[in-house]
Design a protein around this ligand. Sequence first.
Ligand SMILES: Cc1cc2nc3c(=O)[nH]c(=O)nc-3n(C[C@H](O)[C@H](O)[C@H](O)COP(=O)(O)O)c2cc1C
Length: 286
Amino acid sequence: MEEWKYMEAIDAMTERRSVRSFSDRKIPEEVLARILKAGLHAASGGNLQPWSVIVERDPERSEKLGKLLKYPFVEKAPVNLLFLLDWHKLAVYSRCKKAPFAEHLSTNHFFIAWDDTVLSAQAMETAAWLSGIGSCFIGHIMDCSEELKQMYHLPALTFPALLLSMGYPKKMPPKPRKLTKEMMIFEGVYPDFTDEEIIAAYDRKYENREIAFSDTTSAGKSRIDLFRQSLLAVYREEEAEQILREALERGYLTEIQRLFGIHYHPGREIGGDLPERLRNQGLFPF
Ligand SMILES: Cc1cc2nc3c(=O)[nH]c(=O)nc-3n(C[C@H](O)[C@H](O)[C@H](O)COP(=O)(O)O)c2cc1C
């Protein structure tokens, strides 16, 4: 392959963004086959390839999947790829061949298997984008592992890691702001950033968003309650009330307050039954 073709692909990758609305155009078989093959050739720790992907193209099951995840675009996607961390196949093979397989009990290999699964998903996402196909990852599928286990007959030692919904874009969204390379890519050692440098960098990313915050509607009141609970999980009571008062006086939450106070609120993020569900699948080596 000539270099200019690689350069074109790299330029296309910097144009990448998540696409959450798909046209009715079908993905041709040969295009999908090429995308899937790109994932098969992803790097893999020890080349163990402890992952699988379920290709979902059935409109009825996609609808069920979208409703389960509460994502309408999943229902409409012509293809949904369900990526599984998967030790099942290697465990069976090792047992049959009398090899002492114990990778599913290794913390180290849990993370390497997760890396492998995500790398294959990323390879397919990139291949799709370079084929003119948009997609969006959904990490929230981890929360629905029990339902997905029933729906897709998932055996022990497998776990849903990511979903990739894909299709030809109906509407191309704007590219979201990203942090600059100075904040993300370091030459030599980790920089000794000042707080001001970090604040300025994240302000550039988030400063344009103000999220209305008032008690004039019942939705507004529940949002205030949720934000208060989130603050109380992290700050002392007086500090929490002070932050809440400031936001109400201003009439808006900043994007970072919305992100960690409402969207990924501590009540949702701390604890949870994910370890238990992993353990049910024979997969919690911690
Ligand atoms: C691991 C992972 C999980 C994600 N989960 C979700 C999700 O549950 N729902 C969703 O709408 N988007 C999800 N996304 C897409 C991100 O929201 C998106 O990548 C991010 O907003 C940056 O936008 P961009 O991809 O257009 O650059 C996920 C992306 C990744 C990498």
